[in-house]
Structures are given as C-alpha cells and as structure tokens.
Write a protein that binds this ligand. Sequence first.
Ligand SMILES: Cc1ncc(COP(=O)(O)O)c(C=O)c1O
Length: 437
Amino acid sequence: MSLNADATFWRNARDHLVRYGTAFVPAIIERAAGSFVYDADERPILDFTSGQMSAILGHSHPEIAEVVTNSIHTLDHLFSGMLSRPVVALAAKLADMLPDGLDRVLLLSTGGEANEAAIRMAKLVTGKYEIVGFAQSWHGMTSGAASATYSAGRRGTGPAAVGSLAIPAPFPFRPRFEKNGVYDWKAELDYAFDLLDRQSTGSLAAFIAEPILSSGGIIDLPLGYLAALKEKCVERGMLLILDEAQTGIGRTGKMFAFERDGVTPDFLTLSKTLGAGLPLSAMITSAEIEEKAHALGYLFYTTHVSDPLPAAVGLKVLEIVERDHLTARAAAAGQRLADGLRSLQQRYECIGDVRGRGLLLGMEIVKDRHSRAPDNELGYRIGQTCMDLGLSMNVVQLPAMGGVFRIAPPLTVSDDEIDLGLEILGRAIDAAHHLKA
Ligand SMILES: Cc1ncc(COP(=O)(O)O)c(C=O)c1O
C-alpha cells in the first residue's frame, strides 16, 4: 500500500488544520531537493512552480543550507531595534543593484507585509489615501495588501480599505479595446484613468502593480505600458509601487522585470524570490521619500523586521544568482520552455495562448482557439493528471479566462528537466482529453 495513504496523517490533517485556500495535494511530501519534491513513496514530482513561486535556486540548495546552519548557530533573531552586518549588507547590495531612486530598504518577511509597508508609506508621504490596483491583481492577505487584491478573496469579510480602486489590466489575448482590429491598450488605459478620476475624491496616493500579473493569469504588461502608467501617476501626484514578488531576482530574464521598461518606480517590493523560498521580503524606496516618511513618524515595527538570518540568506541568493548567471539562464531556459509549449500548442487545440517572460510563463486552456471560450474544467483535469504523472503545475481558475497554468520552474532547472516537464504535460493533455471522452 502507498505510504501516502497514512490514515493517521490524513485524519489529523482533516481534524486539526484550518483550510486556507486550494485543496491539499493527496500526497505526503517528505523531502525536496533541486527541481523535485518527493512523496512518502519516494516518488519524484517535478516542481514547475518553484514551491509557491519562490524557490528560484531549487530546493535545499547546499549553499543556502550552509548559510541557514551557520546563522542559526551564531546570529538568528534580534531585538528589532538592533542592527547586524547581514541586514546592512543586504540593504546596501540591493541599493547597489537598483537604479538611483531605489536607495533605502526595509527588510521584512512576506510579500503582503512589504506591500503593506509601501502602501502605508505612500499614504503617509502624500497625505492621501486612495490606492489603485489592477482588477486581476494579487498583493497579499494583510488588510492593506488584500484591499488592493482583486483576483480573489474579496467576498464575505466586509469593506476593503476606504479608497480602494481598480482598473483593468491590459490583456491582448482577450482585448476589450481595438483600433482597426489591433488591441489598443493606450485607449483602455486612458479610459480607465478617466473613470478613476471621476470616482476619486481627490486623494489618489498610489498605484500598485505587478509587472506580470501572476495570480491574475500571467498577464504581461505590454512594453510601454509601465511608462504610460508612471506618466499617469506623475500627472496626478500619485506614487508608483511595483510588486516584483514573482518577477524579481532574475526570473523574467532580467534581474528586475521593470528594467525592460526603463521605468523606476517610487517603491519596489521584493519577496518570494528574494529568499528563494525562505521568508524574506524587502520594501525599497528613494532617500527623499524615506526622509519625508521618517520626519512624519513612519512606523512599521514588526517582530522579524531586520532579522539577520533571512538577510544572510538573501545575500547568498543574490550572490548565487549573479555568480551563476541565473538571469541569463532564466532567459535561455524560458525560451526552451516557451518553444516547447508552443509546439504543444500546435498539437492541442485546447492551448489557447502561451505567454509570459523568461521562466514565468502562462498557458491558457480554452474550448477552441477560434472562440477562445474558457475551459476551466479541462484545465483542472490537466493539472490533476500532471500531478498523477509526477509534474506539479499550478492552474488558476479565473473569471472570464480559461484555466491558466502558471509555469515557473527554478532558475536552476536543467534542459533535461524542462524536456521532461514538457513530455509529461503532453501526456497529461492526452489523458485529460481521454478522461473527458
Ligand atoms: C505578486 C504578489 N505579491 C504579493 C504576494 C503576497 O506574498 P505573501 O504571500 O508572501 O504575503 C504574492 C503571493 O502570491 C504575489 O504573487
């Protein structure tokens, strides 16, 4: 009998765990190494989501393990008012890697927290309170971040923060605005801001955006969009917060996704990928904004702010990504993966679209390519079948979209592992169609 069928384990899970979102995978994961996780039967499962889109160095990277071991023995956690070398070194390293205007760093634990910190600072320094996001966004579960999250979770817990507003993200696969048959995101953006200006009480503080909306279905902002968005913000005295939880630290083939656009945001938030799977996040802003916030009494005091252990991990992550040229590797591996997905698309009518950048790719499942009618059910079945065949893929079900696979292997993934993932995916699509029939 499979060791995954441990009745006590599942009874305890059922009786004592709070369910917080998606259904649990029906396997007991015992260990993880490189691009694979292993269940209780020692069955390898290829991890094409880098855990929760975070483990860019794969699992249990030996150098990260060494840093964690050393830190826990020598410098673990401190009074939040104390500073240590890893914290100051990581702040200086990030500032050095980033353009002028992103000079001051606050080190925290999660993505939601980093966004919360940015939103709080934007409100304080502008003296305004309206925060605008995309209608397909995800920024976290804490209340400020959740108020700016529109892709899920808005029902049943009362009002979001006063002044929460949204505009549609530009989406060429399902365009709403066209000129002469061509998607016109500029017209859509103008219209969105026209509506925003009408709804605003004159207190627009900030816009928060992901360069590629991940939980929203891998919606890649077209080149030029971020610059146009920044211009709209400047015109209104709003600050721009870029949330690079998933796109930061090499994943898109650039160290930071915004580099492609040549736009420096007022705030950059990093999380998931910065700790490569360990809880580390950063909120980064300009010296000017930080000075003003400090003078106004900015408070963001948490238990794990400026903790040395995760900071030491972050430093090592950056060192490895630079040393091993993982940004270039993400571009090359991403190209191989995208080519493979596009050749699957030639074979299977249900693959409506392949999109994204580097090693953050989306594959949308539709009923047929002509109508582009969403097929969430088939997407779900393909996802389940992939897992049965040893490939972990994350499929998000979104309104007015087919099931969208978010494909984000570690940046350390090998060519053979990419080919293995594509081969399993092809078999899963065949099997899922068969199941339907
Ligand atoms: C773009 C983005 N921002 C923020 C978050 C929230 O991060 P955390 O779950 O670490 O709070 C997520 C999580 O999925 C995310 O995808």
